[in-house]
Write a protein that binds this ligand. Structure first.
Ligand code: NAD
Length: 498
């Protein structure tokens, strides 16, 4: 059984106490154990990061960027290895695992431009003989707490900007799939990052609380479920830290009567069932506008969903999605599906009896499609985080828009239409952070910013793009006036200062 470690001061360090099982979700077997750090282990990791940080913060930004440049090369070199380790612990297919790494890598590429992003403002002659300028300085030691569903991408979104700004960074990855974050730490060392600047401290609530209570940690970036996001935001803010937390989602896709129905159905199948629905940008609610649109959509969806191939990541290129992450996740999905049936929704595609020969103990869930879901049902209100798509039939565009607006989550949403006016109106009015127009998963690229609204995001800055550089720096503004100096002529007499 593989014993995983923490990564402290540039090397693997064994845990000293509790540990958790890490599963292979395809087989249901425990394949490794991850240590769960104590408060004192976290405090020691932070203390040594604090010692290392000033030299890194004083390193010129171009040299820091060169570490990121080399990191990009090394991630590309090890892409296959990273994707395999990721799939083995998470369950997603290899091409999807590569996408997970790639979307993180793109943020590291963006970080190579840090010297430009860290430039301050300057006003020449703001008053007589006065210049005014601002500096963007690192915060010191900062932390990131990340979820299981993107074990490469989200740690990279956090560590890239934090480190490029000159901070030391404490990463607390998900205890369900911690291997890839540890591999990334090894690569950063190989890329030239000094020891102590990135510490990977594995663990659960105990170490999260220790991060939130540690006085040295200046900022915390969190991604995960909404109840934990709210908790971390409150406790971190109460302790005087800068905190940004990104939570759960229930992303609606509106299908107008004039949409290209084949394209809409293809988009829904990819966005609804890809990665077994375990994406914060998954579309989990389809909202066809009008009964006829709904009937046409369901007719197109059913054969596509029935054709989906569910299998292990080792199952070949035609596997569409893999298992969910744990047995508990599988049970939760089954419970919610049952609640939908009990509440009167129509289960049009029933994945309940799905089983895969040779993988009976794996955490596989067959695809489900619900029709005639209503907003009072749990399957509509709650994030299922599984391969379950709910259809809510709307009578009009306004009703469809209202559904997306009234839902407590506001991460992503999409509209499929050929009508530019409807698309424009939707993008303007909807109270959701990321909007797709004929694009089902509108994940902004690295040089834009990523973030949801309402219960999907707590705090005022987004992830990656220029916002990440704001989050991981603080601004100092200097007003300077120099007295007349040597240019006015030398002073040759020894006299007291006045
Ligand atoms: P999670 O909330 O269970 O865990 C996230 C992190 O919090 C992990 O590191 C975990 O160890 C820690 N944690 C868990 N319980 C805790 C507790 N009681 N106290 C303190 N820390 C705790 O989330 P998850 O299941 O790993 O990830 C899936 C969730 O993340 C979904 O809700 C998904 O929508 C969301 N997500 C959101 C985004 C986004 O950008 N909005 C992106 C990816 C995932």
């Amino acid at each position: 059984m593989e014993q995983l470690s923490h990564w402290i001061d540039g090397k693997h360090v064994k845990g000293s106490g509790r540990s958790a099982d890490v599963y292979n979700p395809a087989t249901g077997e425990v394949q490794a154990q991850v240590p769960l750090a104590t408060k004192s282990e976290l405090d020691a990791a932070v203390a040594s990061a604090e010692k290392a940080q000033p030299a890194w913060g004083a390193t010129n930004p171009q040299r820091r960027a060169r570490v990121m440049m080399e990191f990009v090369r090394l991630i590309n070199r090890d892409m296959e290895k990273l994707a395999e380790a990721l799939s083995r612990e998470h369950g997603k297919t290899i091409p999807d695992a590569k996408g997970d790494v790639q979307r993180g890598l793109e943020v590291i590429e963006f970080c190579i431009g840090a010297p430009h992003l860290l430039k301050g403002e300057f006003t020449d002659s703001a008053g007589p003989g006065i210049d005014m300028y601002s500096m963007k300085q690192p915060l010191g030691v900062v932390a990131g707490i990340t979820p299981f569903n993107f074990p490469a991408m989200i740690p990279l979104w956090k560590m890239g900007p934090a480190l490029s700004c000159g901070n030391a960074f404490i990463l607390k990855p998900s205890e369900r799939d911690p291997s890839v974050p540890l591999m990334l730490a090894e690569l950063l060392k190989e890329a030239g990052l000094p020891d102590g600047i990135l510490q990977v401290v594995n663990g659960d609530k105990e170490v999260v609380d220790a991060i939130l209570d540690n006085e040295t940690v200046q900022a915390v970036g969190f991604v995960g479920s909404t109840p934990i996001a709210a908790y971390i935001y409150e406790r971190g803010c109460a302790n005087g830290k800068r905190v940004q937390c990104f939570g759960g989602a229930k992303n609606h896709m509106i299908i107008m009567p004039d949409a290209d129905m084949d394209k809409a159905a293809d988009a829904l199948v990819g966005a609804g069932y890809g990665a077994a629905g375990e994406r914060c940008m998954a579309v989990s609610v389809a909202v066809p506008v009008g009964e006829e649109t709904a009937d046409r959509l369901i007719e197109k969806l059913v054969p596509r969903i029935e054709k989906l191939k569910v299998g292990p990541y080792t199952g070949g290129d035609d596997v569409d999605y893999g298992p969910v992450v744990t047995a508990a996740a599988k049970e939760n999905i089954a419970r919610l599906v049952q609640s939908g049936i009990d509440a009167g929704a129509e289960l049009v595609v029933d994945g309940r009896d799905f089983s895969l020969q040779g993988y009976e103990d794996g955490f596989f869930v067959g695809p489900h499609l619900f029709d005639r879901v209503t907003p009072d049902m749990d399957i509509y209100r709650k994030e299922i985080f599984g391969p379950v798509l709910s259809t809510v039939r709307a009578g009009s565009y306004e009703e469809a828009l209202g559904l997306a607006m009234d839902h407590e989550y506001g991460n992503g949403t999409a509209i499929f239409t050929r009508d530019g006016d409807a698309a424009r109106d939707f993008a303007n009015r909807v109270n959701v952070g990321m909007v797709g127009i004929n694009v089902p998963i509108p994940v902004p690229l690295a040089y834009h910013t990523f973030g949801g609204w309402k219960k999907s995001g707590f705090g005022d800055l987004n992830q990656h793009g220029t916002d990440a550089f704001k989050f991981y720096t603080r601004t100092k503004t200097v007003t300077s006036r120099w007295p007349s100096g040597i240019k006015d002529g030398g002073e040759f007499n020894f006299k007291a200062m006045d």
